[in-house]
Design a protein around this ligand. Structure first.
Ligand code: FMN
Length: 297
């Protein structure tokens, strides 16, 4: 299908541990497949602060981000500040969570939606997508594998809906709105989180953490990573360190003990026989994940 409405689309995304990057890459691939000239823009290393933002030749922006404490991460807010006037340009907002469309997450796109609206953009479509959780509680193995397995078909379906001009605006639950406001405190906690990070003796000073921190918040000093005050707790340094040398004592409850590696989960897609989703007991936290996989939402 060749889109008559959208000829050129920019896919802007922030990702801490790679889940949102996978979705952004798939969006790009399917946009191109359906005849749209797409461009990708990862929000990394504060690049969005320096650019003079030009959107003249763009017909639509798709912004994707992981849900952090029922809200969008800081780089996405900073990016909206740099945008010029929207002049009714269409925007699609895709949030990516570990919990799916449960009420506490329901207001996670509101802050960004409001800012875009103030700038004169027109949110035409919004949606929650789900990836394995990287925070506090890990997603059960069979659910996690299924999430990666359905990702290409789900993403293509969404791209098709957008290109066909489907409108989708979602009203958040009042409880979700309240939680999003209360949990603004998470931003401060993330700053403190970095100051509590420790480095094990097995660190070989490779500098992976400093090179890959999306906030440029880690500097190598005397061959040891030093964490500054700009952390957003994306957890990339902890899960990505090639030696597993970064840890925290006070905030250890937010880290998944067995680590977080989407490539490892993906390898198992063909290897094991998957339990039927209906039979997996998920509890409240993963109710939204089950519904997402069962296509109710
Ligand atoms: C600091 C932080 C806060 C999070 N808060 C939420 C949340 O409020 N709701 C939720 O469902 N998932 C939450 N998550 C899980 C992530 O949204 C989820 O794992 C997402 O897929 C991560 O995307 P990424 O790999 O692109 O960083 C949180 C993760 C982090 C690191």
């Amino acid at each position: 299908m060749d889109s008559k409405i959208f000829k050129k689309v920019r896919v802007v995304y922030f990702s801490g541990t790679g889940g949102t990057t996978r979705i952004a890459n798939l969006m790009y691939k399917f946009l191109e497949k359906h005849g749209v000239a797409a461009e990708k823009e990862p929000l990394e290393h504060n690049n969005y602060l320096k650019n003079i933002y030009d959107i003249k030749n763009i017909d639509m922006i798709i912004i994707l981000f992981p849900v952090y404490a029922f809200d969008a991460p800081e780089p996405v807010y900073k990016w909206t500040n740099k945008l010029p006037k929207g002049e009714s340009k269409p925007v699609v907002i895709i949030s990516v969570s570990g919990g799916g469309d449960i009420w506490p997450n329901s207001a996670c796109r509101e802050g960004i939606k409001k800012r875009l609206h103030k700038k004169g953009f027109n949110t035409i479509y919004e949606r929650m997508m789900v990836m394995p959780s990287n925070f506090m509680v890990s997603t059960k193995k069979h659910l996690a594998i299924r999430l990666l397995k359905v990702l290409p078909s789900k993403t293509e379906k969404i791209v098709m809906e957008i290109l066909k001009g489907k409108k989708q605006r979602i009203k958040p639950k009042i409880g979700g709105r309240i939680l999003t406001v209360i949990c603004k405190i998470e931003k401060l906690c993330a700053r403190i989180f970095a100051k509590e990070l420790k480095v094990r003796q097995n660190c070989n000073s490779c500098g992976w953490c400093a090179k890959n921190c999306p906030m440029d918040n880690i500097k190598m000093q005397n061959n040891i990573p030093v964490f500054k005050w700009g952390c957003i707790a994306c957890l990339r340094c902890i899960y990505g360190c090639p030696r597993n040398a970064i840890y925290t004592k006070i905030f250890s409850f937010i880290i998944i003990k067995e680590g977080y590696n989407l490539d490892n989960i993906e390898k198992e897609i063909c290897e094991i026989e998957l339990e039927s989703i209906k039979n997996i007991n998920v509890g409240f936290l993963f109710k939204g994940v089950k519904e997402y996989l069962m296509e109710k939402k």
